[in-house]
Design a protein around this ligand. Sequence first.
Ligand code: SF4
Length: 188
Amino acid sequence: MNQGTDIFANFHHAVNGSQEGIKMEITGTLVWYYFICKREVWLMGHQIYPDQESDYLEIGRFIDEHSYAREKKEILIGNIKIDRLWREGSQLVIGEVKKSSSYLESATYQLLYYLDTLRKMGIEARGELLFPEEKKREVVEWTEEGQKKLHQALQEIENLLLQPKPPAPVKKRVCHKCAYQEYCWAEE
Ligand code: SF4
């Protein structure tokens, strides 16, 4: 068992008994991580946050604060936080800003989650993924097929969060810039 798993086993024991007090709700961010790393979903879902000063998180904040400023209208609806919201004629458009298009599937399903949530409130919208550094946009439309895969992912996230421990870390390309890397790979 590696050091990272031990740390969180200890954490779990420390909060044992108050586990029900920890609020574990599914958010767009968790949907995004689900398609990248299931361990990260568990950690974030249990509110075990990485170093808030890490460079990686800082870059994300900087881009979020300094890009597309003219269109900036961040809004909170229920548990979803929408980066950008605007109208194109009669069409409502919601935008999600990302640092890069490397994790397109994750970003697509995060946005689809927002579109699906709005749809349940009777609001039909189109989505756009915004990649300011790449000067690029991707349109995301709600479809029944997309919704089916999204709901499957949401069900799996729910099951994952109910587990008493995080899944073991699995080495992947994203680990070297993940803010949890010290927890997961402390012994390397
Ligand atoms: S370091 Fe790797 S295994 Fe650990 S949470 Fe991050 S992406 Fe997942």
